[in-house]
Design a protein around this ligand. Structure first.
Ligand code: BES
Ligand code: ZN
Ligand code: ZN
Length: 474
Protein backbone atom coordinates (compact mmCIF):
# COMPACT_ATOMS: atom_id res chain seq x y z
CA UNK A 1 0.00 0.00 0.00
CA UNK A 2 1.46 3.29 -1.08
CA UNK A 3 0.46 6.60 0.46
CA UNK A 4 0.81 9.74 -1.68
CA UNK A 5 0.16 13.32 -0.69
CA UNK A 6 -1.27 15.16 -3.67
CA UNK A 7 -1.41 18.90 -4.11
CA UNK A 8 -4.93 18.84 -5.52
CA UNK A 9 -8.48 19.18 -4.41
CA UNK A 10 -10.03 15.88 -3.51
CA UNK A 11 -12.57 16.10 -6.34
CA UNK A 12 -9.72 16.24 -8.85
CA UNK A 13 -8.12 13.04 -7.66
CA UNK A 14 -9.21 9.81 -9.29
CA UNK A 15 -9.79 6.80 -7.06
CA UNK A 16 -12.20 3.93 -6.40
CA UNK A 17 -13.44 5.27 -3.10
CA UNK A 18 -13.56 8.55 -1.23
CA UNK A 19 -13.45 8.57 2.59
CA UNK A 20 -15.61 11.22 4.23
CA UNK A 21 -15.75 11.82 7.96
CA UNK A 22 -18.99 13.33 9.20
CA UNK A 23 -19.57 14.84 12.58
CA UNK A 24 -23.10 16.05 12.09
CA UNK A 25 -25.37 13.51 10.61
CA UNK A 26 -28.92 12.98 11.76
CA UNK A 27 -29.28 9.24 11.37
CA UNK A 28 -25.80 7.82 11.87
CA UNK A 29 -24.45 6.83 15.27
CA UNK A 30 -20.82 7.42 16.19
CA UNK A 31 -18.51 4.98 14.36
CA UNK A 32 -21.29 3.99 11.97
CA UNK A 33 -20.06 3.74 8.44
CA UNK A 34 -21.67 3.14 5.11
CA UNK A 35 -20.69 3.04 1.48
CA UNK A 36 -22.78 4.67 -1.19
CA UNK A 37 -21.45 4.40 -4.73
CA UNK A 38 -17.88 5.70 -4.51
CA UNK A 39 -18.25 7.42 -1.16
CA UNK A 40 -17.46 5.93 2.20
CA UNK A 41 -19.03 7.83 5.10
CA UNK A 42 -17.88 7.51 8.69
CA UNK A 43 -19.59 9.22 11.59
CA UNK A 44 -17.04 10.66 13.99
CA UNK A 45 -17.67 11.96 17.52
CA UNK A 46 -15.15 14.79 17.26
CA UNK A 47 -11.99 15.72 15.44
CA UNK A 48 -9.59 15.28 18.35
CA UNK A 49 -6.38 13.60 17.28
CA UNK A 50 -6.97 10.40 19.28
CA UNK A 51 -10.46 10.05 17.83
CA UNK A 52 -9.00 10.52 14.37
CA UNK A 53 -6.36 7.85 15.03
CA UNK A 54 -9.04 5.34 15.90
CA UNK A 55 -11.30 6.34 13.05
CA UNK A 56 -8.54 6.04 10.45
CA UNK A 57 -7.55 2.69 11.95
CA UNK A 58 -11.10 1.33 11.83
CA UNK A 59 -11.65 2.71 8.35
CA UNK A 60 -8.55 1.19 6.80
CA UNK A 61 -9.19 -2.12 8.55
CA UNK A 62 -12.73 -2.16 7.22
CA UNK A 63 -11.60 -1.38 3.69
CA UNK A 64 -8.95 -4.06 3.79
CA UNK A 65 -11.54 -6.56 5.05
CA UNK A 66 -13.90 -5.88 2.14
CA UNK A 67 -10.83 -6.03 -0.07
CA UNK A 68 -12.52 -4.65 -3.12
CA UNK A 69 -10.96 -1.24 -3.76
CA UNK A 70 -7.61 -0.63 -5.41
CA UNK A 71 -7.35 3.02 -4.48
CA UNK A 72 -8.91 5.36 -1.95
CA UNK A 73 -8.73 9.09 -1.38
CA UNK A 74 -9.07 11.18 1.70
CA UNK A 75 -8.43 14.76 2.60
CA UNK A 76 -6.54 16.16 5.58
CA UNK A 77 -8.57 16.69 8.72
CA UNK A 78 -6.01 18.96 10.32
CA UNK A 79 -2.39 19.91 9.79
CA UNK A 80 -1.13 19.93 13.36
CA UNK A 81 1.62 17.39 14.01
CA UNK A 82 -0.77 15.29 16.07
CA UNK A 83 -3.45 15.22 13.38
CA UNK A 84 -1.03 14.37 10.59
CA UNK A 85 0.31 11.64 12.82
CA UNK A 86 -3.19 10.34 13.56
CA UNK A 87 -3.77 9.94 9.83
CA UNK A 88 -0.52 8.19 8.96
CA UNK A 89 -0.37 6.07 12.13
CA UNK A 90 -3.97 5.01 11.67
CA UNK A 91 -3.40 4.03 8.05
CA UNK A 92 -0.04 2.27 8.32
CA UNK A 93 -0.12 0.81 11.82
CA UNK A 94 -3.85 0.13 11.49
CA UNK A 95 -3.62 -1.94 8.34
CA UNK A 96 -0.82 -4.12 9.70
CA UNK A 97 -1.64 -7.79 9.66
CA UNK A 98 0.73 -10.59 10.56
CA UNK A 99 -0.13 -13.25 8.00
CA UNK A 100 3.24 -14.92 7.46
CA UNK A 101 2.09 -18.25 8.81
CA UNK A 102 -1.36 -18.39 7.22
CA UNK A 103 -1.76 -20.61 4.19
CA UNK A 104 -4.56 -18.52 2.74
CA UNK A 105 -3.44 -15.01 3.49
CA UNK A 106 -5.37 -12.76 1.17
CA UNK A 107 -3.68 -10.45 -1.24
CA UNK A 108 -4.49 -6.88 -0.38
CA UNK A 109 -6.22 -5.19 -3.34
CA UNK A 110 -5.63 -1.72 -1.97
CA UNK A 111 -2.57 -0.25 -3.62
CA UNK A 112 -2.92 3.49 -3.35
CA UNK A 113 -4.05 5.89 -0.69
CA UNK A 114 -4.22 9.45 -2.00
CA UNK A 115 -4.27 12.28 0.51
CA UNK A 116 -5.59 15.55 -0.86
CA UNK A 117 -4.18 18.90 0.19
CA UNK A 118 -7.53 20.59 -0.35
CA UNK A 119 -8.59 22.11 2.93
CA UNK A 120 -5.31 23.60 3.96
CA UNK A 121 -4.08 25.07 0.73
CA UNK A 122 -2.62 28.52 1.25
CA UNK A 123 -2.64 28.21 5.02
CA UNK A 124 0.33 28.52 7.33
CA UNK A 125 2.07 25.32 6.21
CA UNK A 126 3.18 24.88 2.64
CA UNK A 127 2.42 21.77 0.64
CA UNK A 128 6.14 20.87 0.72
CA UNK A 129 6.29 21.17 4.51
CA UNK A 130 3.26 18.95 5.05
CA UNK A 131 4.56 16.50 2.47
CA UNK A 132 7.86 16.23 4.32
CA UNK A 133 6.10 15.61 7.61
CA UNK A 134 3.93 12.93 6.03
CA UNK A 135 6.93 11.27 4.43
CA UNK A 136 8.78 11.20 7.75
CA UNK A 137 5.77 9.60 9.43
CA UNK A 138 5.60 7.01 6.66
CA UNK A 139 9.29 6.17 7.20
CA UNK A 140 8.86 5.65 10.94
CA UNK A 141 5.66 3.66 10.69
CA UNK A 142 7.01 1.43 7.94
CA UNK A 143 9.95 0.63 10.19
CA UNK A 144 7.58 -0.05 13.09
CA UNK A 145 5.75 -2.62 10.98
CA UNK A 146 9.08 -4.25 10.15
CA UNK A 147 9.88 -4.37 13.87
CA UNK A 148 6.46 -5.95 14.48
CA UNK A 149 7.15 -8.56 11.78
CA UNK A 150 10.48 -9.47 13.33
CA UNK A 151 9.12 -9.76 16.87
CA UNK A 152 6.06 -11.70 15.74
CA UNK A 153 8.14 -14.19 13.78
CA UNK A 154 8.49 -17.40 15.72
CA UNK A 155 11.62 -18.64 17.44
CA UNK A 156 12.59 -21.28 14.89
CA UNK A 157 12.67 -18.56 12.22
CA UNK A 158 14.49 -16.01 14.34
CA UNK A 159 17.32 -17.93 15.94
CA UNK A 160 20.25 -15.62 16.72
CA UNK A 161 21.84 -16.43 13.37
CA UNK A 162 18.63 -16.05 11.37
CA UNK A 163 17.56 -12.75 12.91
CA UNK A 164 21.10 -11.35 12.55
CA UNK A 165 21.09 -12.26 8.87
CA UNK A 166 17.64 -10.77 8.43
CA UNK A 167 18.85 -7.49 9.91
CA UNK A 168 21.99 -7.60 7.79
CA UNK A 169 19.80 -8.02 4.74
CA UNK A 170 17.60 -5.07 5.74
CA UNK A 171 20.58 -2.69 6.04
CA UNK A 172 22.44 -4.06 3.01
CA UNK A 173 21.98 -1.13 0.68
CA UNK A 174 22.01 1.59 3.31
CA UNK A 175 24.66 3.67 5.03
CA UNK A 176 24.33 1.57 8.16
CA UNK A 177 27.38 -0.56 8.80
CA UNK A 178 26.62 -4.03 10.14
CA UNK A 179 29.17 -6.10 12.02
CA UNK A 180 28.17 -9.54 13.26
CA UNK A 181 30.24 -11.30 15.93
CA UNK A 182 29.97 -15.05 16.30
CA UNK A 183 30.03 -17.60 19.09
CA UNK A 184 33.81 -17.87 19.48
CA UNK A 185 34.21 -14.08 19.59
CA UNK A 186 31.44 -13.84 22.19
CA UNK A 187 33.07 -16.62 24.25
CA UNK A 188 36.29 -14.62 24.40
CA UNK A 189 34.98 -11.06 24.67
CA UNK A 190 31.61 -11.36 26.41
CA UNK A 191 31.88 -14.47 28.59
CA UNK A 192 28.68 -14.01 30.61
CA UNK A 193 26.66 -13.46 27.43
CA UNK A 194 28.24 -16.69 26.17
CA UNK A 195 27.38 -18.59 29.35
CA UNK A 196 23.68 -17.80 29.28
CA UNK A 197 23.61 -19.03 25.67
CA UNK A 198 25.35 -22.36 26.32
CA UNK A 199 22.19 -24.44 26.66
CA UNK A 200 21.13 -23.89 23.09
CA UNK A 201 22.23 -25.46 19.85
CA UNK A 202 21.45 -22.06 18.30
CA UNK A 203 24.61 -20.12 18.98
CA UNK A 204 24.55 -16.46 20.04
CA UNK A 205 25.31 -13.48 17.87
CA UNK A 206 26.28 -9.90 18.62
CA UNK A 207 25.18 -7.42 15.99
CA UNK A 208 26.83 -4.00 16.01
CA UNK A 209 25.11 -1.48 13.75
CA UNK A 210 26.76 1.88 13.16
CA UNK A 211 25.52 5.04 11.54
CA UNK A 212 27.37 8.35 11.02
CA UNK A 213 30.56 7.18 12.69
CA UNK A 214 33.31 9.80 13.18
CA UNK A 215 31.45 12.66 11.58
CA UNK A 216 31.72 14.87 14.61
CA UNK A 217 28.15 14.39 15.78
CA UNK A 218 27.09 13.55 19.32
CA UNK A 219 27.12 9.87 20.03
CA UNK A 220 24.30 7.67 21.20
CA UNK A 221 24.62 4.00 22.06
CA UNK A 222 21.52 1.81 22.00
CA UNK A 223 21.72 -1.54 23.72
CA UNK A 224 19.09 -4.23 23.25
CA UNK A 225 18.20 -7.57 24.82
CA UNK A 226 17.57 -10.05 22.05
CA UNK A 227 16.64 -13.34 23.68
CA UNK A 228 15.14 -15.15 20.72
CA UNK A 229 13.35 -17.56 23.03
CA UNK A 230 13.30 -17.57 26.82
CA UNK A 231 12.40 -20.93 28.33
CA UNK A 232 13.72 -19.71 31.66
CA UNK A 233 16.54 -22.26 31.36
CA UNK A 234 16.92 -24.80 34.19
CA UNK A 235 14.72 -22.47 36.29
CA UNK A 236 12.07 -23.39 33.76
CA UNK A 237 9.10 -21.12 33.15
CA UNK A 238 5.61 -22.57 33.57
CA UNK A 239 4.04 -23.32 30.16
CA UNK A 240 1.51 -20.50 30.31
CA UNK A 241 4.33 -17.98 30.72
CA UNK A 242 6.61 -19.54 28.17
CA UNK A 243 4.70 -19.99 24.96
CA UNK A 244 4.96 -16.36 23.80
CA UNK A 245 8.61 -15.92 24.76
CA UNK A 246 9.58 -15.20 21.18
CA UNK A 247 8.78 -11.65 22.30
CA UNK A 248 11.94 -11.63 24.40
CA UNK A 249 13.99 -10.33 21.49
CA UNK A 250 11.91 -7.16 21.34
CA UNK A 251 14.54 -4.88 22.91
CA UNK A 252 17.15 -5.70 20.28
CA UNK A 253 14.68 -5.55 17.41
CA UNK A 254 13.33 -2.21 18.64
CA UNK A 255 16.77 -0.61 18.56
CA UNK A 256 17.22 -1.94 15.05
CA UNK A 257 13.99 -0.06 14.19
CA UNK A 258 15.36 3.07 15.84
CA UNK A 259 18.74 3.13 14.08
CA UNK A 260 17.05 2.29 10.77
CA UNK A 261 14.64 5.21 11.24
CA UNK A 262 17.45 7.58 12.23
CA UNK A 263 19.22 6.55 9.05
CA UNK A 264 16.16 6.89 6.84
CA UNK A 265 15.40 10.31 8.34
CA UNK A 266 19.07 11.30 8.03
CA UNK A 267 19.25 12.64 11.58
CA UNK A 268 22.57 14.29 12.45
CA UNK A 269 23.73 11.98 15.21
CA UNK A 270 26.19 9.11 15.51
CA UNK A 271 24.41 5.94 16.53
CA UNK A 272 25.69 2.57 17.64
CA UNK A 273 23.16 -0.18 18.16
CA UNK A 274 24.38 -3.23 20.09
CA UNK A 275 22.04 -6.17 19.67
CA UNK A 276 22.69 -9.24 21.78
CA UNK A 277 20.94 -12.33 20.40
CA UNK A 278 20.83 -15.48 22.49
CA UNK A 279 18.47 -18.37 23.15
CA UNK A 280 17.84 -19.27 26.80
CA UNK A 281 17.40 -23.03 26.63
CA UNK A 282 17.31 -25.97 28.95
CA UNK A 283 19.79 -28.75 28.16
CA UNK A 284 22.65 -30.73 29.62
CA UNK A 285 24.94 -27.92 28.60
CA UNK A 286 22.88 -25.09 30.04
CA UNK A 287 24.14 -22.81 32.78
CA UNK A 288 22.75 -23.80 36.16
CA UNK A 289 21.45 -22.26 39.36
CA UNK A 290 24.41 -22.05 41.69
CA UNK A 291 26.95 -21.54 38.89
CA UNK A 292 29.29 -18.60 39.23
CA UNK A 293 29.97 -16.93 35.93
CA UNK A 294 32.51 -14.29 34.97
CA UNK A 295 31.49 -11.14 33.14
CA UNK A 296 33.63 -9.14 30.72
CA UNK A 297 34.39 -6.69 33.52
CA UNK A 298 35.89 -9.46 35.64
CA UNK A 299 33.06 -9.16 38.16
CA UNK A 300 31.45 -12.49 38.99
CA UNK A 301 27.77 -13.39 39.22
CA UNK A 302 26.25 -16.21 41.22
CA UNK A 303 23.26 -17.56 39.34
CA UNK A 304 20.24 -17.88 41.62
CA UNK A 305 17.73 -18.12 38.79
CA UNK A 306 18.54 -18.89 35.16
CA UNK A 307 15.37 -17.05 34.10
CA UNK A 308 16.97 -13.72 35.00
CA UNK A 309 19.19 -14.05 31.92
CA UNK A 310 18.54 -10.69 30.25
CA UNK A 311 20.40 -8.62 32.84
CA UNK A 312 23.46 -10.87 32.48
CA UNK A 313 23.49 -10.44 28.74
CA UNK A 314 23.08 -6.69 29.22
CA UNK A 315 25.91 -6.57 31.79
CA UNK A 316 28.40 -7.76 29.18
CA UNK A 317 26.89 -5.67 26.40
CA UNK A 318 27.25 -2.60 28.63
CA UNK A 319 30.90 -3.30 29.41
CA UNK A 320 31.65 -4.12 25.80
CA UNK A 321 29.98 -0.98 24.46
CA UNK A 322 31.75 1.29 26.94
CA UNK A 323 35.11 -0.29 26.05
CA UNK A 324 34.66 -0.14 22.29
CA UNK A 325 32.95 3.22 21.87
CA UNK A 326 34.66 6.30 23.22
CA UNK A 327 33.00 9.37 24.70
CA UNK A 328 29.41 8.38 24.56
CA UNK A 329 26.80 11.10 25.01
CA UNK A 330 23.83 8.84 25.70
CA UNK A 331 23.26 5.18 26.51
CA UNK A 332 19.72 3.85 26.21
CA UNK A 333 18.90 0.21 26.74
CA UNK A 334 15.69 -1.53 25.73
CA UNK A 335 14.73 -4.87 27.19
CA UNK A 336 11.82 -7.14 28.02
CA UNK A 337 13.50 -7.57 31.36
CA UNK A 338 10.89 -8.21 34.03
CA UNK A 339 7.43 -9.76 34.09
CA UNK A 340 6.62 -7.61 37.11
CA UNK A 341 6.47 -4.42 35.04
CA UNK A 342 3.05 -5.48 33.68
CA UNK A 343 1.59 -5.77 37.16
CA UNK A 344 3.09 -2.42 38.09
CA UNK A 345 2.00 -0.29 35.13
CA UNK A 346 -0.15 -2.30 32.71
CA UNK A 347 0.15 -2.85 28.97
CA UNK A 348 -0.02 0.70 27.63
CA UNK A 349 3.35 2.11 28.71
CA UNK A 350 6.97 1.18 29.33
CA UNK A 351 8.90 1.41 32.59
CA UNK A 352 11.48 4.19 32.57
CA UNK A 353 14.47 3.90 34.87
CA UNK A 354 17.66 5.88 35.31
CA UNK A 355 19.54 8.34 37.51
CA UNK A 356 18.87 11.45 35.46
CA UNK A 357 15.42 12.83 36.22
CA UNK A 358 15.71 15.56 33.63
CA UNK A 359 16.55 13.12 30.89
CA UNK A 360 13.67 10.87 31.96
CA UNK A 361 11.30 13.82 31.85
CA UNK A 362 12.50 14.64 28.36
CA UNK A 363 11.67 11.13 27.26
CA UNK A 364 8.24 11.30 28.88
CA UNK A 365 7.49 14.61 27.15
CA UNK A 366 8.81 13.49 23.79
CA UNK A 367 6.83 10.27 23.94
CA UNK A 368 3.55 11.94 24.89
CA UNK A 369 3.74 13.97 21.71
CA UNK A 370 3.77 10.83 19.59
CA UNK A 371 1.20 8.84 21.56
CA UNK A 372 3.51 6.55 23.45
CA UNK A 373 3.78 6.53 27.23
CA UNK A 374 6.46 5.87 29.80
CA UNK A 375 6.08 5.58 33.54
CA UNK A 376 8.85 7.00 35.67
CA UNK A 377 9.98 4.30 38.11
CA UNK A 378 12.28 6.12 40.50
CA UNK A 379 15.39 4.76 42.14
CA UNK A 380 15.64 5.03 45.89
CA UNK A 381 19.09 4.72 47.38
CA UNK A 382 17.96 1.89 49.66
CA UNK A 383 17.35 -0.26 46.59
CA UNK A 384 21.11 -0.27 46.07
CA UNK A 385 22.09 -1.48 49.53
CA UNK A 386 23.32 -5.06 49.44
CA UNK A 387 20.42 -6.04 47.24
CA UNK A 388 22.49 -8.39 45.09
CA UNK A 389 24.89 -9.58 47.77
CA UNK A 390 26.23 -13.06 47.13
CA UNK A 391 27.92 -15.28 49.73
CA UNK A 392 30.51 -16.49 47.22
CA UNK A 393 30.62 -14.11 44.23
CA UNK A 394 30.49 -10.36 43.58
CA UNK A 395 26.77 -10.36 42.81
CA UNK A 396 23.78 -12.64 42.60
CA UNK A 397 21.55 -12.28 39.54
CA UNK A 398 18.30 -11.80 41.47
CA UNK A 399 17.75 -9.77 44.65
CA UNK A 400 18.50 -11.74 47.78
CA UNK A 401 15.88 -10.12 49.96
CA UNK A 402 12.26 -9.57 49.05
CA UNK A 403 12.12 -5.81 48.82
CA UNK A 404 9.89 -5.92 45.74
CA UNK A 405 10.15 -3.43 42.88
CA UNK A 406 11.41 -6.09 40.48
CA UNK A 407 11.58 -3.77 37.51
CA UNK A 408 13.55 -1.11 39.34
CA UNK A 409 15.79 -3.87 40.68
CA UNK A 410 16.52 -4.86 37.09
CA UNK A 411 17.90 -1.35 36.64
CA UNK A 412 19.84 -1.58 39.89
CA UNK A 413 21.58 -4.70 38.59
CA UNK A 414 22.54 -3.19 35.23
CA UNK A 415 23.79 -0.07 36.98
CA UNK A 416 26.66 -2.17 38.39
CA UNK A 417 28.07 -2.41 34.88
CA UNK A 418 27.89 1.23 33.96
CA UNK A 419 30.93 3.48 34.37
CA UNK A 420 30.47 6.43 36.72
CA UNK A 421 30.90 8.97 33.95
CA UNK A 422 27.88 7.55 32.15
CA UNK A 423 25.45 7.30 35.06
CA UNK A 424 23.68 10.50 34.10
CA UNK A 425 23.57 9.65 30.43
CA UNK A 426 21.69 6.41 30.78
CA UNK A 427 18.06 5.37 30.40
CA UNK A 428 16.87 1.83 31.03
CA UNK A 429 13.59 1.05 29.30
CA UNK A 430 11.70 -2.06 30.33
CA UNK A 431 9.23 -2.94 27.57
CA UNK A 432 8.16 -6.37 28.87
CA UNK A 433 4.61 -5.02 29.31
CA UNK A 434 4.08 -3.18 26.01
CA UNK A 435 6.20 -4.94 23.43
CA UNK A 436 3.72 -7.75 22.87
CA UNK A 437 0.08 -7.62 23.87
CA UNK A 438 -2.82 -10.03 24.17
CA UNK A 439 -5.59 -7.42 24.24
CA UNK A 440 -5.75 -5.28 21.14
CA UNK A 441 -6.03 -1.51 21.50
CA UNK A 442 -5.88 1.45 19.14
CA UNK A 443 -3.92 0.29 16.08
CA UNK A 444 -2.38 -2.66 17.91
CA UNK A 445 -3.65 -6.16 17.32
CA UNK A 446 -2.61 -9.26 19.27
CA UNK A 447 1.18 -9.56 19.17
CA UNK A 448 4.05 -7.16 18.71
CA UNK A 449 3.33 -3.43 19.00
CA UNK A 450 6.63 -1.97 17.85
CA UNK A 451 6.55 0.26 20.91
CA UNK A 452 9.54 2.51 21.50
CA UNK A 453 10.56 3.48 17.98
CA UNK A 454 8.36 6.58 17.70
CA UNK A 455 9.14 7.99 21.12
CA UNK A 456 12.87 7.38 20.90
CA UNK A 457 13.05 9.03 17.51
CA UNK A 458 11.19 12.03 18.84
CA UNK A 459 13.49 12.28 21.86
CA UNK A 460 16.62 11.91 19.76
CA UNK A 461 15.34 14.47 17.30
CA UNK A 462 14.80 16.92 20.15
CA UNK A 463 18.20 16.16 21.62
CA UNK A 464 19.90 16.84 18.32
CA UNK A 465 18.05 20.14 18.01
CA UNK A 466 18.71 21.42 21.49
CA UNK A 467 22.45 20.83 21.32
CA UNK A 468 22.07 17.69 23.40
CA UNK A 469 24.03 17.70 26.58
CA UNK A 470 26.55 19.73 28.44
CA UNK A 471 29.76 17.78 28.81
CA UNK A 472 29.13 17.11 32.49
CA UNK A 473 25.72 15.56 31.93
CA UNK A 474 22.34 17.17 31.64
N1 BES B 1 11.91 -12.43 29.63
C1 BES B 1 11.55 -12.41 31.01
C2 BES B 1 10.64 -11.24 31.36
C3 BES B 1 9.29 -11.19 30.72
C4 BES B 1 8.19 -11.76 31.35
C5 BES B 1 9.10 -10.53 29.53
C6 BES B 1 6.95 -11.68 30.77
C7 BES B 1 7.86 -10.43 28.96
C8 BES B 1 6.77 -11.01 29.57
C9 BES B 1 12.79 -12.32 31.88
O1 BES B 1 13.92 -12.94 31.37
C10 BES B 1 12.47 -12.97 33.18
O2 BES B 1 12.11 -14.09 33.17
N2 BES B 1 12.57 -12.23 34.24
C11 BES B 1 12.27 -12.74 35.54
C12 BES B 1 13.18 -12.05 36.53
C13 BES B 1 13.10 -12.64 37.91
C14 BES B 1 13.57 -14.07 37.90
C15 BES B 1 13.96 -11.78 38.80
C16 BES B 1 10.80 -12.43 35.84
O3 BES B 1 10.30 -11.38 35.44
O4 BES B 1 10.15 -13.26 36.46
ZN1 ZN C 1 13.97 -15.05 31.68
ZN1 ZN D 1 14.02 -12.99 29.23
Amino acid sequence: MKISFINKQIKDIESDLEIILLKNHKYLKVNDLFIKDTKFYVKIANFKHYTLTETFTNTIQYISKINKYKSIKITLYGISDKKLQALIDGLILGIYNFTKYQSEAKNLKLQDVFIANEDYKNTQLSYEKIKMKIENLIIINTNINLVRDMINSVAQDTTPIKISNWIKEEVKNTDIECIIKDNSYIKKELPAFYDISKGSINKPRLVHLKYNENKGYKKIVLIGKGVTFDTGGISLKPSAYMYDMRLDKAGAVTIFGIIKSIHDLKLPIEVHAMLGFSENMISNNAYKPGDVIKTRSGKSIEIMNTDAEGRILLADLFEYSQDKIKQIDYIFDYATLTGSVSGAIGQYSAGLIGHNTQLKNKMIKASNKVDEWYVNLPFNRYFFEDSYKSAIADFTNIPTSSIGGGTIMGGVFINNFLKNKYKNKWLHIDIACVAFIKNSWKYHEFGATGFGVKSSINLIRRLTKTGLIKKDGI
